[in-house]
Design a protein around this ligand. Structure first.
Ligand SMILES: [Zn+2]
Length: 252
């Protein structure tokens, strides 16, 4: 598979980077990525991945676009209100970059469909706002051995974590064994649109670093963004011997 003249022109600015180049671009083009959640985090994640030429993107989101989403979910327009987010996002990405394949599932990811959605992907990125689906996605990635990039925000802060899901890998449940009681929720706590914008953009960048095998890519690490302080910290996440998900995998 090679790059057409159109593609070379479209991706010129990133092809110039020695860390990407033709080889990195090919890797992006061959990538099959599942993005779960097309909300505040999903919008920048999807936009930058599609624009950069991630070849196959599948979007999962069951929600409809609401007026109160438009303050931060920049893929949608006022005309999209009441329509399925997954469908509107897929349409916007196809218009942004017709060189890539975009598909969608306008349903919730649940115990029934998680494995099928995750299987065969080179990376799963989740930016969901609840712990139940986040845990389900983590379990499916652990079982299928598919790398997981998890992104989350609360008020002015955010975090992303990347787990390669090989044998030695930690998982999201090693990091967060049970849902914190004070888990923030932007529906009740509020959020400034630029916060998921920043954190989603960080997630898109880390996804591209991982997909192209770039030096410095995150692996079993957590990146914490503190918006009020303007601070970014990177810490490693060890595998937890007591993690129920990793332990189940060892027994299997
Ligand atoms: Zn684990």
């Amino acid at each position: 598979m090679s790059l057409s003249k159109q593609e070379i022109e479209r991706y010129r600015r990133q092809l110039l980077l020695p860390e990407i180049g033709g080889q990195g671009q090919q890797r992006l083009k061959e990538s099959k990525i599942l993005v779960v959640g097309a909300g505040g985090l999903g919008c920048p994640i999807l936009t930058y991945l599609a624009a950069a030429g991630a070849g196959h993107i599948h979007i999962v989101d069951a929600d409809m676009v609401a007026l109160s989403n438009l303050q931060r979910q920049a893929l949608y327009t006022t005309e999209d209100i009441g329509k399925p987010k997954a469908e509107c996002a897929a349409r916007a990405l196809a218009a942004l970059n017709p060189e890539i394949e975009v598909s969608f599932t306008a349903e919730y990811l649940d115990a029934e469909n998680a494995k099928d959605l995750v299987a065969g992907c080179v990376l799963v990125i989740e930016g969901v706002d609840r712990f139940a689906p986040r845990y389900l996605i983590n379990e499916a990635c652990r079982t299928e051995g598919v790398p997981l990039l998890s992104a989350a925000i609360g008020r002015f802060d955010g975090q992303i974590a990347l787990f390669p899901m090989d044998e030695a890998s930690a998982c999201y449940r090693c990091l967060v064994p049970s849902p914190p009681e004070d888990a923030a929720d932007c529906e009740t706590e509020g959020v400034l649109g630029a916060v998921p914008g920043v954190v989603g953009s960080l997630a898109a960048l880390e996804a591209m670093k991982y997909l192209t095998g770039m030096k410095g890519a995150m692996k079993n690490e957590l990146l914490i963004y503190q918006g009020r302080e303007g601070r970014l910290r990177r810490i490693s996440v060890p595998k937890d011997p007591a993690c129920p998900v990793c332990a189940a995998e060892v027994r299997a």
